[in-house]
Design a protein around this ligand. Structure first.
Ligand code: UD1
Ligand code: CA
Length: 451
């Protein structure tokens, strides 16, 4: 059975106290709505309709940036969840299969739960996802009798007896797309909130002789985000899950609570990650690497056996080869270090290619930017870059070539060549001691004058 996702993401997020649409706030390095869409991946959706409101264009841009193929639907007026689902009608035109309603601010619905709903659909027309709430508060309540879901009552409209029910509505719905759209057409807005409640479809379906059921999941999955505090709590949960997964996948984390992951971080077996490491989006680390303390990685690839840090920064486009080393206070951006290359201390490598086994001395900088354009630096295999070399790109240092410490290298160095690009040293015997004497006397004179 093919599936379509309808993701409601029109929330203004007033309680976030933000200019950003709520669903663009980040969790694990990706906007909230993306987590909702990705939670539906298990169903291999054929179509995704993203119902947006405020900031629709920005949501569309964010979706495109993440390669999320979705029909961006705009709900101009926020008239309720039932009205929001009805906006997906055009996006679902000609679609024959099941539609699932998810929420852009609810990132943790699991694939197991969605599969359980799919299973329930074999015997029921409408499956609603519920949960047993520790504190039911203002959630809608599921009224179940004899295994049949009779109706959902919103808290505002519920009787005291109904409010005593602890089985609550998550909002997630699964039904045939055409049935769902038929049902939402029949919804009215005669209720305490004056809204078109999606939840009304259950009573309408029952009246039409369709069968409805409640599937339950853990309350934690239904966590929705309305405030910055809830966003922070969700981030903590996301990180906790990511740490648990990394450990289960054979990654050593010496201080798990201090390591932060993104939604797409991949780390191979037997890699060791020390304390206080941040994996921003787009990082892959192969097996058997070591990421030492206080390192920040983003948009990069670290090959087997490489060592990063402590205190290293890998920026987008950093490609660190087998067994290569990037040490303390080294920044790498859009640069490749081939197998066994080393940049151990205080270095900037930007827009560069570093050959196999090359050694980059402390304080080396690839001067890649003239204020307008960027240029590349090429460093050959087994080259030796002396400490404090400034490489003025575009420039190439050949295989097995050397640069003298303190050189400013402006011209290509051929294979096996040596570049000496610094002023000749002048040495004056005895002059050091005389100069020191002079300074001491001058200081003593100043002190005396001040007395
Ligand atoms: C809804 C459910 C309630 C359930 C709760 C779970 C209804 C009528 N009630 O209540 O039973 O317990 O969620 O959190 O469905 N949205 C739109 N357009 C709209 C209205 C809402 O896109 O016109 C989106 C919101 O951005 C939000 C979601 O739908 O993500 C839920 O809407 P909200 O108004 O928060 O519904 P609740 O009152 O929480
Ligand atoms: Ca809500």
């Amino acid at each position: 059975m093919s599936t379509a996702l309808i993701v409601l993401a029109a929330g203004q997020g007033t309680r976030m106290n933000s200019d950003l649409p709520k669903v663009l706030h980040q969790l694990g390095g990706a906007p909230l709505f993306a987590h909702a869409v990705w939670s539906g991946r298990a169903l291999e959706p054929e179509r995704v309709a993203l119902v947006t409101g405020h900031g629709s264009e920005d949501v569309a841009k964010a979706a495109a940036a993440l390669d999320i193929e979705a029909d961006i639907v705009v709900q101009d007026e926020r008239l309720g969840t039932g009205h929001a689902v009805a906006q997906a009608r055009e996006a679902l035109a000609g679609f024959e299969g099941d539609a699932v309603v998810l929420y852009g601010d609810t990132p943790f619905i699991s694939s197991e739960t969605l599969t359980a709903m799919q299973d329930a659909r074999a015997s029921f027309d409408v499956a609603i996802l519920g949960f047993h709430a520790a504190h039911p508060g203002r959630y809608g309540r599921l009224v179940v009798n004899d295994g049949t879901l009779e109706k959902i009552v919103e808290y505002k409209d519920a009787t005291d007896a109904e409010r005593a029910i602890t089985l609550c509505n998550s909002g997630v719905v699964m039904a045939s797309g055409s049935v769902l759209l038929d049902l939402v057409t029949a919804i009215g807005n005669d209720n305490a909130a004056g809204e078109y409640y999606l939840t009304d479809i259950v009573e309408i379906a029952n009246a039409r002789g369709l069968k409805c059921t409640a599937v339950t999941c853990d309350e934690a999955e239904t966590l929705g985000i309305n405030t910055r505090a809830e966003l922070a709590a969700a981030e903590a949960i996301f990180q906790e899950n990511a740490r648990t997964d990394a450990l289960a996948n054979g990654v050593t984390l010496t201080a798990p609570d201090t390591v932060f992951f993104s939604h797409d971080t991949h780390i191979g077996r037997d890699t060791i990650v020390e304390a206080n490491v941040i994996f921003a989006p787009g990082v892959t680390v192969e097996f058997g690497a070591t990421i030492r303390a206080f390192s920040h990685l983003e948009g990069c690839h670290v090959a087997t056996g490489a060592t990063i840090g402590p205190y290293a920064r890998l920026r987008p486009g950093a490609e660190i080869g087998d067994g290569a080393r990037v040490g303390n206070f080294v920044e790498v951006k859009n640069a490749t270090l081939a197998e066994g290359a080393k940049a151990n201390h205080l270095t900037y490598l930007g827009d560069a290619t570093v050959g196999k086994g090359a050694n980059i001395g402390a304080g080396t900088i690839t001067c890649n930017y003239n204020g307008v354009d960027k240029f590349r630096t090429e460093i050959g295999e087994h080259a030796f870059i002396g400490s404090d070399t400034m490489l003025i790109a575009p420039v190439r240092v050949g295989d097995e070539a050397m640069t003298a410490s303190g050189s400013v290298v402006t011209k290509d160095v051929p294979d096996g060549g040596l570049a000496l690009g610094r002023a000749d040293q002048v040495t004056k015997p005895g002059a050091g001691r005389r100069l020191m004497e002079m300074y001491r006397k001058a200081k003593a004179k100043r002190q005396k004058a001040a007395e």
